[in-house]
Design a protein around this ligand. Structure first.
Ligand SMILES: [Zn+2]
Length: 238
């Protein structure tokens, strides 16, 4: 399972990429080595759902958008830019992560304290959860299935027998509101593609399959209480 520190690093790298993406609309080309000059702005930068969605549903659809322009609409204030110029502007996560050890160390340290404040206690609470928030399977049931030769996952040395942190809306940062625990199978099926609202019928199917297998080994069915508010979470929600 990815560690707390991995989540922190990944969250900050996402924040930086979204910041550079946003800055591109003002025609600013910020080189990776110059990112540190923007520390204050990056810390205060507010990630809106609209911006995060534009980043994944337009900019990242690289197969479709070569040579296209992309429009950011901030409360009616529209800014347009060609995607090629953004592509030249945003360093990969790997590159950004390298910089955390050198000239972005201060940014990383500052972010770590903010991240701790916003997420550490939520992280500790999440680690105590024993049930997948999506299909509802309990870790003891996963173990029972494994012991009874009812699992086929070939990555079980690292994934499967423990729950994993999932971002309900994958474009947003790790936060108490945006995170839940998922089993490996739900996490894998949901990927960065689906919102809880879209994923709901799929989880019902997964639960049904688990219950069939649990029945075959004489185990009790998944006890699952549906939370309507949780399933309402969708990409266009503010
Ligand atoms: Zn699950």
């Amino acid at each position: 399972m990815a560690s707390y520190n991995d989540k922190l690093i990944d969250s900050l790298a996402t924040r930086i990429q979204l910041f550079l993406f946003w800055k591109s609309f003002d025609g600013e080309v910020i080189k990776a080595e110059e990112i540190e000059k923007y520390i204050d702005e990056i810390e205060k930068f507010e990630i809106t759902n609209d911006l995060a969605n534009l980043y994944s549903n337009t900019y990242y659809q690289t197969e479709l958008n070569k040579g296209q322009k992309i429009t950011l609409d901030e409360n009616g204030n529209k800014k347009e830019i060609s995607i090629v110029s953004i592509c030249n502007n945003i360093p990969s996560k790997t590159k950004i992560k390298e910089l955390f050890g050198s000239n972005l160390k201060k940014l990383k340290d500052n972010y770590a304290s903010i991240f701790n404040e916003n997420f550490k206690s939520a992280y500790d609470d999440l680690m105590k959860k024993k049930q997948c928030a999506y299909c509802g399977i309990h870790v003891d049931q996963i173990k029972a299935l494994g012991e009874n030769k009812k699992l086929n996952n070939k990555r079980s040395d690292t994934r499967g027998y423990t729950l994993e942190i999932d971002r309900k809306l994958p474009n947003l940062e790790y936060s108490k509101e945006n995170c839940c625990m998922a089993c490996y199978w739900c996490n894998n099926a949901k990927t960065d593609e689906f919102s809880p609202k879209e994923f709901k019928p799929i989880t019902e199917g997964i639960r049904k399959a688990w219950n069939e297998r649990l029945k075959e080994i004489g185990e009790a069915e998944i006890e699952y209480k549906s939370d309507e508010e949780f399933w309402e979470i969708d990409f266009n929600k503010k």
